[in-house]
Ligand binder design. Structure first.
Ligand SMILES: [Zn+2]
Length: 246
């Protein structure tokens, strides 16, 4: 599904548009012309469906050069191992996420807890992957003619990143699980969910002037995306916590 001339949505599950596995996050492809980047990978259980969606959009998968991961939760990072192998493309993530994924640590990404809580079926597992580059705040990843800027936004979990894509005067924000349509957030009782860090991360988005708003689940906005950030900040400015999607 082509969202903008540069951004395609090629995967997503029940908390999305059912383009791939039921549990997949949104899977985006950024098209920089000669090179493409995937932002988040889904669980890894529907790679064929995701690639079929990409091809249906006219995407040449051989141009995929980067696999960017917002955070280590299975629905976002589970497919990184498979995509790295298939495309011979480096996986890029924050240092904590890289550590979890390299070790295939299902406790660290709270998959063990999520399975026990009945959030994931018993047969959902994390396939460990090499992570080629650890991203830091302010890093820029060049994808063909485009550049993706890295924002460290911990809080939903450790090692969470957002990605900012500037296309001409347009600012596209990929929020992962930091912030959703309507200013909703994702707080869970997991070991690395950190509310003060979460609030600081949302504060960082206050002056971004986002046009297209691409979260990891649910609805998205092609313009006026800053309104979702403003909605969360309006709650925080009243010393309240935004609603949580889960
Ligand atoms: Zn998550």
């Amino acid at each position: 599904m082509r969202l903008t001339p540069e951004v395609h949505l090629v995967g997503g599950g029940n908390l999305g548009f059912n383009l791939s596995d039921d549990f997949d996050s949104h899977v985006h492809i950024v098209d920089g012309g000669r090179k493409l980047a995937i932002i988040d990978t889904g669980t890894g259980r529907a790679e064929a469906e995701i690639l079929a969606n990409a091809r249906a959009d006219g995407i040449d998968e051989r141009k995929i050069r980067y696999v960017l991961v917002t955070h280590g939760h299975l629905d976002h990072a589970g497919g990184a191992a498979g995509m790295r192998t298939r495309f011979n493309a480096p996986v890029l993530a924050a240092a904590p996420t890289a550590d979890f994924l390299r070790r295939g640590d299902e406790d660290a990404i709270s998959l063990t807890a999520a399975r026990q809580a009945g959030i994931y079926p018993a047969d959902y597992h994390l396939r460990a992957t090499h992570v080629d580059l650890e991203l830091q705040d302010g890093d820029r990843v060049r994808v063909g003619a485009l550049e993706i800027e890295v924002l460290e936004t911990p809080g939903h979990c450790a090692g969470h990143l957002c990605f900012v894509l500037h296309v001409g005067q347009q600012t596209c924000l990929f929020t992962g699980d930091l912030l959703f349509f309507g200013g909703v957030i994702a707080i869970q009782r997991i070991w690395d969910c950190d509310l003060p860090a979460y609030v600081r991360s949302i504060e960082r988005l206050r002056d971004l002037s986002v046009d297209a708003f691409f979260p990891g689940h649910l609805a998205l906005s092609l313009k006026n995306g800053q309104r979702h950030i403003s909605a969360a900040l309006a709650r925080l400015d009243q010393l309240l916590i935004p609603s949580s999607i889960v």
